[in-house]
Design a protein around this ligand. Structure first.
Ligand SMILES: *Cc1c(COP(=O)(O)O)cnc(C)c1O
Length: 362
């Protein structure tokens, strides 16, 4: 936590705004809008997953639709497609950003069109805070008139050509889950440049209540709005977002300086024009065996590390789903490791981690 979170939370108690609406919710939304700029409107919600669910609804995804989804991601990106009775089709990554491959995306669209099916939406992810190839992916979306849901859950504070992640998609989403760069313990947001989309998201998130003195409903709604107590934490966290980004980038720079010269280990540099919040510092080893050797050596020192996300097309639950893949994300999953990346790591923590890795592979 930063400095002012608790006073915003106390304010909620003092004024008895213990509800999924109130001044902290509006204030938190305003501070995100100010941060993101570009005419964005923000709806604070109970989670990033809820934001994706509502986002897909706003893009009119209905049962039987196909949605093209980045395979290399956390399951929360893809699950809401299934909530809607639609079908995720998974697209592999490229090696420059580890995110959705524009080539495979276009190949998938052409193949589906040939089969007479037009995909309803694309979900692209800025994984680990690294922007996806925004220019190319959005050009393809535009060329085939398929809207893009931008999963920016891990990328608040990242940017592409100077423009903030979370401002590119027809809909974008953020997450404030406990493990993200800033947190409300649990929470998320839906971002849109179209104020009507924000209003519709808030409507759906508050049980889709029609404008009447009694409770009347013409649509199925959800209980997805953010609590005014948690939004208080969010207001305080927005004040320290830039510090958190700097802390995460410092972790990455430290690992890079200490480990870059070692054979058999590599990093993901920022491509031209891309700025990553370095939510997690990740490294790639030459092979699976070395990765495991390092992971276990760290574990023996009581240092937690974790393999990269297991691609969705390799998950048992999505076994039957169509996928356009070339082995890239599978290789990343085999060889990659997320290193300790917390904003509060001390230089001793970082040194202990780097030294253990060095000792293990040299
Ligand atoms: C965390 C995360 C989500 C989901 O956000 P929650 O707030 O945890 O529901 C979605 N996509 C990605 C890539 C994430 O990392």
């Amino acid at each position: 936590m930063g400095t002012n979170e608790q006073s915003f939370v106390e304010e909620a108690f003092r004024t008895n705004w213990i509800a999924p609406l109130g001044p902290n919710v509006s204030g938190f939304e305003k501070s995100i809008e100010d941060y993101l700029g570009n005419g964005t409107h923000v709806a604070a919600l109970s989670s990033g997953t809820a934001a994706i669910h509502l986002g897909l609804k706003l893009l009119e995804v209905v049962p039987g639709d196909e949605v093209l989804c980045q395979s290399f991601t956390f399951s929360a990106t893809a699950n809401p497609i299934a909530y809607l009775g639609a079908r995720p089709i998974f697209i592999d990554s490229e090696l420059e950003t580890w995110n959705m491959s524009p080539e495979l995306l276009e190949m998938a669209i052409l193949q589906r069109l040939e089969e007479g099916v037009k995909p309803k939406a694309i979900i692209a992810v800025h994984l680990y805070g690294m922007p996806y190839k925004v220019g190319e992916i959005h050009a393809i979306g535009k060329k085939y008139s398929i809207p893009i849901l931008e999963d920016s859950a891990e990328a608040l504070g990242s940017s592409w050509n100077g423009q903030n992640c979370g401002t590119f998609g027809d809909i974008a989403i953020l997450s404030f889950n406990g493990n993200k760069i800033i947190t409300t313990s649990g929470g998320g947001a839906l971002v849109s440049k179209d104020i009507e989309k924000k209003e519709k998201a808030v409507f759906l998130a508050t049980q889709a209540r029609d404008n009447a003195p009694h409770y009347q409903h013409s649509e199925i709604g959800h209980n997805y709005r953010m609590s005014n107590v948690l939004a208080g934490i969010g207001r305080g966290q927005m004040e320290v977002l830039d510090e958190r980004v700097e802390a995460r980038r410092r972790n990455y720079r430290y690992y890079l300086e200490e480990l870059n010269d070692i054979d058999g280990l590599s990093f993901l540099p920022e491509p031209e024009g891309m700025f990553s919040n370095r939510w997690l510092s990740c490294v790639l080893f030459d092979n699976y065996a070395t990765r495991e050797k390092v992971r276990i050596a760290l574990l023996n020192e009581n240092i937690e590390s974790r393999p990269l996300w297991k691609p969705m097309h390799l998950q048992p639950v999505f076994e039957e789903n169509m996928a356009f893949v070339d082995g890239t994300s599978e290789t990343l999953f085999d060889k990659g490791l997320c290193l300790p990346s917390g904003s509060n790591l001390s230089s001793i923590d970082l040194e202990r981690t780097a030294q253990t890795i060095k000792k293990t592979i040299q």
